[in-house]
Design a protein around this ligand. Structure first.
Ligand SMILES: *Cc1c(COP(=O)(O)O)cnc(C)c1O
Length: 212
């Protein structure tokens, strides 16, 4: 069940950043409840679950892909999402561009960075980012909007350095690649979103905290 009061508080607390409600715990009824209290974006981390929700939800809010995405599944979601947060390797870049061309659309993407160099996490290393954004120049149907990170699962107070690092990386890229409109930082989850906001997050992916 949606904790409407808490959702409201978070929406106001993170302003001007936008809440991306991570909906892996949500039912279709929950989606309508979330919409009612002002949630405009649902973030899904699984293709199957996104397709089901997309099919059964007829409201106004939009879907983002926020989780690990396999190359062979891009074709199923390309016409259903407004932003893909989790672009984590070159094959995905190629495939999203290819499928976007097929659908005659420009796809907004974020480049996922493995900010703490964890074996358990996907994403490019910060050292690769210059090459990645060079590479994107030849992908005419992709619209890079910024970076996405997941902080390590540690004491939230210690996540600060990773969010700060992400902000610095985005600023550096903004200067080097002024051909793009790099404005977005997708970071922060239920346990650490306050630290993400403090360091300039524009999209905050909160899930469990929104539900009873
Ligand atoms: C589930 C999920 C979140 C939200 O996590 P909570 O701890 O439930 O807030 C954020 N990002 C991704 C990619 C997720 O899968």
């Amino acid at each position: 069940m949606v904790n409407q009061k808490r959702v409201n508080e978070i929406i106001n607390e993170i302003k001007p950043a936008t809440l991306v409600a991570a909906t892996k715990y949500a039912s279709i009824e929950d989606l309508y409840e979330l919409e009612k209290v002002g949630v405009t974006i649902f973030g899904e981390n699984q293709v199957q679950s996104l397709l089901e929700k997309y099919k059964n939800y007829n409201g106004k809010s939009k879907f983002h892909m926020i989780g690990t995405l396999q190359t062979n599944k891009v074709k199923y979601i390309i016409d259903k999402v407004n932003l893909i947060h989790s672009v984590a390797n070159y094959r995905l870049i190629d495939e999203i561009d290819k499928q976007s061309k097929k659908h005659n659309k420009n796809m907004d993407i974020l480049i996922q960075v493995n900010i703490a160099k964890e074996d358990s996490k996907h994403g490019f290393l910060e050292e690769e980012l210059d090459d990645v954004f060079e590479y994107l120049k030849n992908k005419s149907n992709l619209n890079p909007r910024g970076l996405m990170i997941m902080a390590p699962n540690i004491d939230p107070e210690k996540t600060d350095i990773y969010f700060k690092k992400a902000k610095e990386l985005l600023n550096t890229l903004k200067n080097k690649f002024s051909n793009y409109n790099l404005t977005d930082l997708s970071m922060g989850m239920s346990n650490d979103y306050q630290y993400a906001i403090k360091n300039g997050a524009t999209l905050v992916r909160v899930g469990s905290l929104l539900f009873e």
